[in-house]
Design a protein around this ligand. Structure first.
Ligand code: ADP
Ligand code: MG
Length: 238
């Protein structure tokens, strides 16, 4: 489990500022959700935490160390990509083990970790299938499984369910909640789906044009939105 602290984070693309001073402390094991309209900076912020995007100003602390300039692979975090990022020619088993294999892990270790992840995600019966022979929800589980095998201390999700139909989204929302309980890992999750945010989050961070409009529990945001923007976004009646 990691704690992650963002200190006065800014992001500039050329002379356009898209993240305008974000301060946030994420506790170990917390489920944090970033919400906000398209273009407000959710993905950029997540990619900065992952190290996939450089931080223009400010600091990112992971477990108390300054990780601002650390390579992605050194951060102990994993980004769960959407299921279409699976390797189409590889079986479920090979998709899940690929990153460990690439990192030179011994076969016994790969097998053990892949088996354990597949059990958690109920993927054992599908081990020998290719992604094209899986449902959308199963594919998304494989994408999550690929991350679990690396034993990350935090998971970063960028709209992982947005390609799924409504029924599958509900099912996967439940799966992700169970995963959070069973692994106890810190989770940072981006969505523009208010229901997802309200049901999964310990705390929700509402972003508006690169700034935090409000941070709080789902209930606090719903009952006490600080302004009309938050109220409209969360769907409460202010
Ligand atoms: P969200 O995920 O909330 O929809 P993004 O983080 O993707 O928003 O984008 C925030 C803003 O930054 C948008 O205005 C977007 O156009 C801009 N942006 C994102 N990536 C780049 C980039 N590589 N170069 C220039 N502008 C970018
Ligand atoms: Mg985005």
């Amino acid at each position: 489990m990691s704690s992650i602290e963002l200190k006065s984070i800014e992001k500039w693309f050329g002379n356009v500022q898209v993240i305008k001073g974000v301060d946030l402390r994420i506790e170990e094991g917390e489920f944090i959700i970033f919400v906000g309209p398209s273009g407000c900076g959710k993905s950029t912020l997540l990619r900065m935490i992952a190290g996939l995007e450089e931080t223009s100003r400010g600091q990112i602390m992971i477990d108390g160390r300054d990780a601002t300039a650390e390579a992605p692979s050194k951060r102990g975090l994993t980004m769960v990509f959407q299921s279409y990022a699976l390797y189409p020619h590889m079986s479920v088993r090979d998709n899940m083990g690929f990153s460990l294999k690439a990192a030179g892990a011994p076969k016994t270790e790969i097998d053990e970790k892949v088996n354990r992840a597949a059990e958690v995600l109920k993927l054992v019966p599908y081990f020998d299938r290719r992604p094209k022979d899986l449902s959308g929800g199963q594919r998304q589980r494989v994408a999550i499984g690929r991350s679990i095998v690396r034993d990350p201390t935090a998971f970063l999700f960028d709209e992982p369910l947005s390609n799924l139909d409504a029924a599958l989204r509900v099912e996967m929302r439940y799966e992700i909640a169970k995963l959070h309980h069973s692994l106890g890992a810190t989770m940072i999750y981006v969505t523009h789906d208010q229901v997802e945010a309200m049901t999964l989050a310990d705390r929700i961070v509402v972003l508006e044009a690169g700034r935090i409009a409000q941070i709080g529990t789902p209930r606090a945001l719903y009952e006490r939105p600080e302004n009309l923007f938050v109220a409209q976004f969360i769907g409460s009646p202010k």
